[in-house]
Design a protein around this ligand. Structure first.
Ligand SMILES: O=C(O)[C@@H](CO)OP(=O)(O)O
Length: 249
């Protein structure tokens, strides 16, 4: 049996629009992001996709994207599992800073390392910082060692995978059709695992906002193929735009 899994990064957020490092900051979608989510839902519907269950993060930009997509599909009542493990990668002390200004100050190479290297994290937060998730009641059930002060992609992989293994993979194997609405770097973490991408290879992988990514998986959940539901030129432009956010002006 071929299982179809769909991953979608949230539509453009207000901080994507302002080009700020976001991470666990709980910002909403921009008007364009809302539109992208409607378009994604319509695209999935036109292509005959239906879902039995959805997974998303604890952040409203992903939840809102998911709600809009499900609304377009007429599937607003399917179960939705909200999991902190699907949150965006925590951006540490960079959260709230403008990416381009940060590149002017520290250099584009340094910003590329902070954004895309597999194992070098951005500078960490102090526990007293209001941006530290330990100070947010939303994360009160997390254990102390689960509360990030910063994360590199390797850390994100380490917290996404237990959810994949314990819950998402068994759900797919049981024959359910799964939709995951998440974030650029939590999706990169899943792709790295699914496609067995090398630590160097993942550096150049960019995830566009609001474009469904379909994985066809075999019985062991090994990818047979994967593709975005978008025209190639549009996809390339959207991926380049994400890469360019780290350029100095
Ligand atoms: O700021 C962020 O949290 C992420 C996603 O928007 O950005 P980047 O693409 O720089 O990892």
């Amino acid at each position: 049996m071929v299982h179809k899994l769909v991953l979608i990064r949230h539509g453009e957020s207000t901080w994507n629009k302002e080009n700020k490092f976001t991470g666990w900051t709980d910002v909403d979608l921009s008007d364009k992001g809302v539109e992208e989510a409607h378009d994604a839902g319509k695209k999935l519907k036109q292509n005959g996709y239906t879902f039995d269950i959805a997974f998303t993060s604890l952040l409203k930009r992903a939840q809102r994207t998911l709600n809009i997509v499900l609304e377009e599909l007429g599937e607003s009542s399917i179960p939705v599992d909200k999991e902190w493990r699907l949150n965006e990668r925590h951006y540490g002390a960079l959260q709230g800073l403008n990416k381009s200004e940060t590149a002017t100050k520290y250099g584009e190479d340094q910003v590329k390392i902070w954004r895309r290297s597999y194992s070098i994290p951005p500078p960490p937060l102090e526990e007293s910082d209001e941006r530290f998730p330990g100070n947010d009641p939303l994360y009160k059930d997390l254990k102390k060692d689960q509360l990030p002060k910063t994360e590199c992609l390797e850390d994100t992989v380490a917290r996404v995978l237990p959810l994949w293994e314990s819950t998402i993979a068994p759900t797919i194997k049981s024959g359910k059709k799964v939709l995951i609405a998440a974030h650029g770097n939590s999706i990169r973490a899943l792709i790295k695992y699914l496609d067995n991408v090398s630590d160097d290879g993942i550096v150049s992988m960019e995830i566009p906002t609001g474009i469904p990514l379909v994985y066809e998986l075999d019985d062991e959940l090994k990818p047979i193929k994967s593709y975005y539901l978008a025209d190639e030129a549009l996809l390339k432009a959207a991926q380049e735009a994400v890469a360019n956010q780290g350029k100095a002006k």
